[in-house]
Design a protein around this ligand. Structure first.
Ligand SMILES: C[S@@+](CC[C@H](N)C(=O)[O-])C[C@H]1O[C@@H](n2cnc3c(N)ncnc32)[C@H](O)[C@@H]1O
Length: 265
């Protein structure tokens, strides 16, 4: 069971709106971390908050035995469809509906990945601790936890109260067009450290008219010290924090930090 109810309306078009993200480069970075910090590549990997499964499937294609867990049925549905369509997969991932604050697995895994600021969606008091404790519980001794988070710089200087329009157009074989527009209004509150995203999705139907769906999402801004302290409380050793896939050191003025931590047991 999950009590998370975000990511419903947007799930069907999520990958189209995020098409520019390079999950191959991201998976190369993860494999670079495996080489650096593990004696051998992990056999079983959990992709936590896997969403539509872009990283889960990328790693599965590279031969890892994958579990993808997410709290949104709609996102998991997309992931399962992509998986079913991918004939190159020797071992399709197992996708499970789980809340990342209290997930349960059958056993431990060699690594846990968590991509694209999913952990910033943990907004409640104690949520990050609860999630890190679960990750620690299900990691092998010395198993790796690889995740990223949006930085305070991104919340204050980039998101702020700005509004954006994301758009995509598909042209099918018969020249039929289908456009989508996503209006995205940010509202960051420096007092509560919560950032609300008001999303309005306009999707074109075959007859040219548009449907509209609205969704509100919330992320929390965590400082580097808060993340480090939460890792330590969960029994995790921080191995590195970087600004990019090239292992460049974390800076205050980058928008995303990439972390590697190891479970001490
Ligand atoms: C920004 S998306 C990233 C998805 C995926 N990791 C990717 O790289 O595309 C955030 C994901 O976190 C999931 N999520 C947010 N809160 C959650 C929770 N409490 N438990 C499980 N999943 C959650 C959402 O359903 C969504 O799929």
């Amino acid at each position: 069971m999950t009590e998370y109810d975000g990511y419903s309306a947007i799930a069907r078009v999520y990958d189209r709106l995020n098409a520019e993200l390079d999950y191959r480069a991201w998976a190369d970075f993860f494999e670079g971390c495996f080489d650096r910090y593990l004696p051998a590549r992990p056999e079983l990997v959990l992709d936590l908050a896997c969403g539509t499964g872009r990283m889960t499937l990328e790693l599965a294609r590279r031969g890892y035995d994958m579990i993808g867990a997410d709290g949104s049925e709609e996102m998991l549905c997309e992931a399962m469809m992509q998986s079913a369509l991918d004939e190159s997969l020797e071992k399709p991932p197992l996708f499970i509906l789980q809340d990342m604050r209290r997930f349960e697995l059958y056993g431990t895994v060699g690594a846990v990945t968590c991509c694209l600021d999913s952990l910033n969606y943990l907004t409640g008091e104690g949520d990050l601790d609860a999630c890190f404790a679960c990750v620690h519980n299900y990691l092998d001794p010395n198993g790796l936890f690889l995740f990223d988070m949006n930085t305070p710089y991104r919340f204050t200087e980039v998101y702020g109260d700005r509004a954006y329009i994301l758009e995509d157009e598909l042209v099918d074989e018969d020249g039929g067009r289908s456009e989508i527009y996503c209006g995205w209004q940010n509202a960051y509150d420096p007092e509560t450290k919560l950032c609300r995203f008001y999303l309005s999705l306009f999707e074109q139907k075959e007859d040219g008219s548009f449907t509209r769906a609205d969704e509100v999402q919330t992320e929390r801004c965590y400082t580097l010290d808060q993340i480090k302290a939460a890792l330590a409380r969960a029994g995790m050793e921080l191995l590195g924090v970087w600004s990019d896939f090239d292992f460049s050191p974390a800076k205050e003025t980058t928008e995303r930090w990439y972390f590697a931590a190891r479970a001490i047991k």
